[in-house]
Design a protein around this ligand. Structure first.
Ligand code: PHE
Length: 354
């Protein structure tokens, strides 16, 4: 029954505002206990609610005097409950942390940091140097036609390079996996007019037995410069600057006559052995030199195939294996390590060290 007379209301108020309510709030030991106390004192069926309902029955004057006291009591009790709840919650947090046995002073776990593959790092360093020398980057498809991979490069039909031993042919279609990135040079010459300077970095494929020095998939960077009056001296100067930037400014280079169908004259380029400095060791097969790249002056037939007039234009081309450079620069004994993706191997090549 709600208290209806003023006297009844007053005694209910005195009881509720007395020390018992405050004490039971303060002494609640758990959140559940506190909630029970709150429901009892402030809930829908509590003494307070009854008093508030009873207020309606009072005269206007009594109401004016009494209502603010009741509201103030309600606010005060709610505040006490809120404060106690915060206390209980923070000590509950603390208790659960204690029981977890956490050491908050331990250093945080650092997420593993990724890095570029050593081949990518090597390729990027090579292309960085060549870009500074004015070459721009060109790319082309891995799957090629015979025309781009062979014919336009002056590789006749019965040339050894077309042998099934070397080339992966696709079944049932006249296509193949490119054996070098020279087709990209043909594609470039077909689409732009000279003068030009391009490098063609990318993956190439050869039907080879895999061993420490060979892989059926590897990477090349080929370069091409075409202009009026380009000579073999330009080729030598360009490659020497490139190799000295790559292997160190005191690197000695040597050009040996060689043969490629798409260049004439052709040369193979050696660098002084980086391991023994030239005195002879197993790495250079006691010769003191390590073969590093092929190069030459663009053959007139290649210019003819792309519609450049060989009487007007001349140019040089070169090709270098990225794995070979990486092996020499990083001291890696076996090419297969680059393709196995063993993290113990890869982790050694922090970008900052190369
Ligand atoms: N295309 C040659 C190869 O793959 C490399 C090369 C390029 C040689 C340009 C000379 C000139 O072996």
């Amino acid at each position: 029954m709600s208290p209806v007379t003023r006297a009844e209301l007053e005694s209910a108020y005195v009881k509720l505002s007395g020390p018992r309510t405050r004490e039971s709030i303060a002494s609640a030991r758990t959140l559940a206990e506190l909630e029970a106390v709150r429901v009892d004192a402030l809930g829908r069926k509590s003494a307070l609610t009854e008093i508030l309902k009873g207020l309606k029955e009072l005269t206007l004057e009594d109401k004016r005097e009494f209502a603010p006291k009741i509201q103030a009591l309600k606010a005060e009790l709610e505040q006490l409950v809120g404060r106690r709840r915060a206390e209980l919650e923070s000590s509950a947090d603390e208790a659960s942390l204690q029981s977890l046995d956490l050491d908050l002073t331990l250093p945080a776990v650092t997420p593993p940091r990724g890095r570029l593959h050593p081949l990518t790092q090597t390729l990027e360093e090579m292309t960085r140097i060549l870009s500074l020398m004015g070459f721009s980057w060109a790319e082309g498809p891995h799957i090629e036609t015979e025309r781009y991979n062979f014919e336009a490069l002056n590789i006749p039909e019965h040339h050894a390079a077309r042998d099934l031993q070397d080339t992966f042919y696709l079944q049932d279609v006249p296509l193949l996996l490119r054996t070098h990135t020279s087709p990209v040079q043909i594609r470039t010459m077909e689409s732009v007019q000279p003068p030009l300077r391009v490098i063609c970095p990318g993956r190439v494929f050869r039907h080879e037995a895999v061993d420490a020095a060979h892989s059926a998939v590897f990477h090349q960077i080929e370069g091409l410069a075409v202009d009026k009056g380009i000579s073999f001296a330009d080729l030598k100067g360009t490659l020497r600057t490139f190799l000295q930037s790559l292997f160190g400014s005191s690197t000695k280079t040597r050009f040996r006559p060689s043969y490629f169908p798409f260049t004439e004259p052709s040369a193979e380029v050696d660098v002084r052995c980086l391991v023994c400095g030239g005195s002879g060791c197993p790495a250079c097969k006691r010769s003191g030199w390590i073969e590093i790249m092929g190069a030459g002056m663009v053959h007139p037939s290649v210019f003819a195939a792309v519609g450049y007039d060989p009487e007007v234009w001349s140019g040089f081309a070169f090709g270098v294996g990225v794995e070979r450079v990486a092996i020499l620069r990083l001291g890696v004994p076996d090419m297969r390590l680059f393709f196995e993706n063993d993290l113990r191997f890869l982790r050694q090549f922090d970008e900052n060290l190369i």
